[in-house]
Design a protein. Structure first.
Ligand SMILES: Nc1nc2c(ncn2[C@@H]2O[C@H](COP(=O)(O)OP(=O)(O)OP(=O)(O)O)[C@@H](O)[C@H]2O)c(=O)[nH]1
Ligand code: SF4
Ligand SMILES: [Mg+2]
Lengths: 393, 605
């Protein structure tokens, strides 16, 4: 049973696990249309009620993000209801994800009524064959139209635009990947781009195809070279590389996602959504364990599993998240938060890292783009230095 | 339990590996309803260690006492010992045999007589045990009972008429087997009235109760409260508890002549307990100890080090405790430049080595690495000195060596005739020399080979199984030392020799071996911050080289609110993995790399 326990989370995430069909690489919780047909309204209705209760309790959120799945599987009316329930005066950013194939002017009222301020569109690739390989529903034509429509919405209602693009895709060359970025940026002039290197996640259709050797993916060396080029190109195009996979022009960073990377508090509602809450001396996660049918039929706030974090786990999560951004770790903030000195904990480990991987000043530890390439290894080495158990009382 | 020893029967179940000993023991236990209260039983219930269950083989002999009411209306006490079948653990079988009057020699109806069937039979005959041949797995469609009966007569020289046919799986024939045990196996001969002589045949350490000694009482009575002494170490103790083995320990007041059970004496010094020692009473002591057991001769030597050098003290206590339960483990202190303090150990074979590693890790929660295993060589020096060497690091300067000798074995391989060709090829590749070849019958051949022990220890067994599709079986005896051409091969990681990876190899195979080791290390050592060179060197000459590139990309593409918890759990797992890495210079070498080098060749797999 989810309770806020005195925490007033800054941000709200709503998960809409509905897609038309499933993409081959997808490891998010989402179900194809055949599985959610009769449950959509009940799902929305529970979500709406849960939102109403928490908004009562917290007074509202600074940022809201509706993600999926494909929130475009809901009607404009359903989305409005959710957002109206969540609306508050302190809200400064509301993002909605949309898939190109289901996006249309039918959703424009959301922008018109200022319920949504930011649109994030999953373009992924601008190559017909690659899109097909990935099992996307959108065709190249859908992508082109969606970009045009998004621009129209920006012109009419002043919303911000972000596009998701994937790289290191099967059948893609370095040239094609660069061209995708070029095309998306020149057509959309988007303020924000998310560029994800394809990850073969266990249990996906893609993983099966790769293990059967039916699909060939990029090796590490190739991926590194590719990312280097794409990152450099985005830089030339005026984007600041502010997180491993995220790029923004002036004033266009995604504030909602920064909450995650700063390990600030957020509440996630809906199937498979995750929360991070903090109150007094305690920090904890909730993760929603119901599938969409159980969620649709379940009582309010049921199915949220609580996991209390030890100080050590908390520090691990912080290192893991904070080093993803170009803000890095502010040492003062670190010692305020964990009551331990960053340098005494980590300077030994840092001394053994390749100096090209980081900038380390008296007040800041931040990774370079070269360091980001091996972020997981760096985080792992730092985490090995966390004394356990950290809880000293 | 009957105080009357004429109602006691002590017997062991012996066989070639996998012929169904432990499954047969299940049926005995089941018939005796020992686990009625425990609900449905698992298969091979006596295989209690995790590693036995995972590998599906028995590693330790297990004793269990079973009450059985026979057709004559009397209730007997059956002390059964299930034994392992794998060659490495024949010491376990020999000890079981010393505490029994009879043996069930189990033969898989679909496999017939195999190498360990013979080896174990001979061992039982040496001790004059009554042998009941048992053909098992008669439920299998491929069962060939007539062929087995013929082999029992012809190969084993036992009476086919006395053979009992069973299926340990379905339980068919088990009742007849019970009756045969009661009728054919003699009751123990000892007397309660004589001075106490109880043979320690095993022991184990229990975190709550300390050392638990497993013994067979040959004469006298072992009673709670009495003062006893372990004859070899000559330390007196008071008996705190005695009992029988059922599925767990079952307390009783006294163990009588003929009984098999356990005793707890509050032993403080673990090394006071020696398998093979005799327990007697302080008053009215026995004059002589029982014969005990033949000394075990380890054949493979390797050193164990804790991955974390701070864990040395824990390793000391782990080894002592493990030794209680594994009398065949032999060890002494050792140290290495790369690995710190550890133990030089002797093992009965490579499987024994793996089992020791797994038991130390699981039962004592320690991460350890092994150095490259070696046999014991005899090195003749130019100055006339003769030295024994089982540690590559002690190999002297080649300039001072006249010649070296290595241990040889005679292998007896029993195989269906169609695999003879490929087995001969394999034996030749392993420097084997054929000394005999006998047709046991139309379909089965016995091959006799003399081979260097070092060639047999490492993966010979697996190769033999694979070229014969599992049908060939083998057994071996050491036959002595022969002259050989030996070189020491060092492994260098980034130019630094890693002493733990040095090995002594036959010159003729050194080139190939060096290449294999480098390739394996390359496969096991993960990419690191810098490029790593792995080289094999003999003397000053590099014979092989591999390079591991620096890691290039290791970053999670997407990490948002929903991913944090899962990602952290992954991180925690990786942390555990990292802790199992051994730092050698500035290179992290995973434990698995040390293990991979132990395995010799997989060229033909
Ligand atoms: N069909 C059939 N399978 C059997 C029978 N007895 C044993 N098995 C199977 O044979 C395999 C080996 O059985 P175990 O009882 O573990 O053999 P074991 O002789 O104790 O083996 P080790 O202790 O490793 O030497 C298992 O898969 C058993 O299920 C039988 O009567 N019929
Ligand atoms: S649209 Fe997104 S959530 Fe839906 S199946 Fe494809 S990748 Fe998964
Ligand atoms: Mg067994």
């Amino acid at each position: 049973m989810l309770t806020l326990g005195g925490c007033k989370p800054k941000s709200l995430y709503l998960h809409i696990p509905f897609c038309t069909t499933r993409c081959s690489y997808c490891s998010f919780y989402s179900e194809p249309e055949t599985n959610w047909k009769g449950f959509r309204e009940a799902y929305v209705s529970r979500l709406e009620q849960e939102i109403a209760v928490v908004v009562q309790e917290t007074g509202g959120f600074e940022t809201i993000f509706i993600g999926g799945g494909n929130p475009g599987s809901l009607t404009c009316e359903q989305l409005s209801r959710l957002l109206l329930a969540a609306r508050s005066t302190q809200c400064r950013e509301v993002t909605i994800e949309m898939n190109p194939d289901t996006f249309s002017e039918a959703f424009f009222p959301l922008f018109e009524q200022k319920l949504v301020t930011r649109l994030s569109m999953g373009i992924q690739s601008m190559d017909e064959e690659v899109l097909r390989q990935l099992g996307r529903n959108a065709t190249l034509e859908d992508n082109l139209q969606a970009i045009a429509l998004a621009k129209k919405a920006r012109e009419q209602y002043g919303i911000d635009l972000s596009f998701d693009v994937m790289a290191a895709l099967p059948g893609q060359t370095m040239q094609m990947a660069l061209q995708d970025i070029e095309t998306v940026v020149s057509l959309s002039e988007a303020g924000h781009i998310s560029l994800y290197c394809l990850t073969v996640e266990e249990g996906t259709e893609l993983a099966r195809n790769v293990s059967k050797r039916e699909v060939q993916v990029w090796d590490d060396d190739g991926q590194r070279e590719l990312l280097q080029s794409l990152w450099a190109r985005l830089g030339q195009l005026g984007y600041e590389h502010y997180e491993v996979s995220n790029f923004a022009r002036e004033g266009n960073v995604c504030n909602h996602n920064l909450v995650y990377w700063d390990l600030n508090t957020y509440l996630g509602l809906g199937s498979s959504a995750a929360s991070f809450l903090h109150s007094g001396n305690e920090s904890w996660h909730y993760s929603q364990n119901q599938d969409l049918k159980d969620f649709a039929e379940g009582a309010l706030f049921t199915g949220y599993d609580k996991e209390i974090l030890s100080s050590e786990q908390l520090m691990e999560e912080y290192l893991m998240m904070a080093l993803r951004t170009n803000r890095g770790i502010e040492k003062k903030h670190f010692s305020d938060r964990f009551l331990l000195d960053f340098d005494s904990l980590f300077s030994n480990t840092i001394a053994h890292l390749d100096p090209l991987w980081y900038n380390n000043t008296s007040h800041l530890f931040v990774l370079t783009e070269v360091g980001w390439m091996v972020l997981d290894e760096i985080v792992l080495r730092l985490c090995l230095q966390i004394p356990q158990p950290l809880d000293r009382h | 339990m009957p105080a009357d020893s004429t109602l006691t029967r002590n017997f062991c179940i012996i066989a070639h590996i996998d012929h169904g000993k432990s499954t047969l023991a299940d049926r005995f236990i089941e018939k005796a309803k020992l686990y009625v209260s425990r609900g449905p039983a698992q298969d091979q219930i006596l295989d209690t260690m995790d590693i036995e269950r995972e590998r599906g083989i028995t590693i330790k002999s297990q004793a269990v006492t079973i009450p059985y009411t026979a057709k004559d209306g009397k209730t007997y006490e059956l002390n059964l010992v299930d034994t392992p079948g794998h060659v490495d653990f024949s010491y376990e079988v020999s000890r079981a045999i010393s505490s029994c009057e009879g043996a069930l020699l189990v033969i898989d109806a679909s496999q017939g007589v195999e190498a360990q069937t013979l080896a174990n039979l001979y061992m039982a005959m040496e001790h004059n045990l009554t042998i009941i041949p048992v053909i098992n797995k008669i439920d299998l469609p491929s069962a060939d009972i007539d062929a087995c009966l013929h082999q029992i007569d012809h190969d084993l020289g036992l009476e086919p008429e006395e053979t009992v046919l069973v299926s340990a799986k379905t339980g068919a024939g088990v009742d007849e087997l019970f009756e045969a045990i009661v009728k054919q196996i003699n009751p123990p001969e000892g007397k309660d009235s004589l001075p106490l002589q109880a043979l320690i045949f095993d022991s184990h350490y229990d975190a709550y109760r300390g050392v638990i000694v497993h013994c067979r009482v040959f004469n006298g009575i072992l009673e709670v409260g009495s003062e006893v002494r372990f004859m070899h170490t000559d330390t007196p103790y008071k008996v705190e508890e005695v009992g029988f083995f059922q599925l767990g320990l079952v307390k009783t007041d006294a163990l009588h002549a003929g009984d098999v059970g356990y005793v707890i004496t509050g032993v403080k010094t673990i090394s006071d307990v020696r398998v093979g020692d005799t327990i007697t009473t302080v008053k009215n002591a026995a004059k002589n100890p029982l014969p005990g057991f033949k000394d075990v001769k380890p054949v493979v030597f390797s050193s164990i080090y804790p991955v974390d050098t701070n864990d040395y003290e824990e390793l000391v206590s782990a080894i002592e405790r493990l030794k209680l339960n594994d009398a065949s483990l032999i060890y002494e202190k050792d140290s290495s430049a790369a690995l710190g303090f550890g133990f030089r150990c002797g093992f009965l074979g490579m499987l024994h080595l793996e089992v020791v590693q797994e038991r130390i890790e699981r039962e004592f929660g320690l991460s350890i690495v092994f150095t490259s295993p070696s046999v014991k060589y005899i090195v003749h020096m130019k100055n006339g000195d003769v030295i024994n060497i089982d540690n590559p690091l002690e190999y002297p300067d080649p300039m001072r060596v006249e010649y070296a000798e290595e241990p040889f074995i005679q292998a007896n391989i029993i195989t269906p005739s169609q695999f003879v060709g490929s087995l001969i090829t394999l034996c030749m590749e392993k420097r084997g020399v054929q000394v005999g070849m006998n047709y046991l019958d139309e379909k089965r051949v016995e091959l006799l080979y003399e081979m260097p022990l070092s060639e047999v220890l490492f993966e010979f067994y697996d190769r033999m199984k694979s070229v014969s599709r599992g049908y060939a079986s083998f057994d071996y005896q050491l036959i002595g030392y022969k002259r050989t051409d030996l070189v020491r091969m060092d492994i260098l990681v980034n130019g630094e020799p890693v002493d733990a990876l040095s090995q002594l190899v036959f010159r003729g195979s050194s080139q190939l071996r060096g290449k294999q080791v480098c390739e394996r290390l390359k496969g096991e050592i993960p990419r690191q911050q810098y490029k790593i060179a792995i080289q094999a060197a003999i003397g000053g000459t590099i014979v092989s080289r591999e390079t591991i590139n620096a890691f290039r990309k290791d970053v999670t593409a997407k990490c948002y609110g929903g991913d944090i918890s899962r990602k952290r759990k992954l991180l925690e797992k990786q942390k555990e993995g990292k802790k199992r890495m051994k730092m050698v210079g500035n290179v992290e070498i995973p434990q698995s790399a040390f293990l991979a080098v132990l395995k010799s060749d997989d060229s033909s797999k």
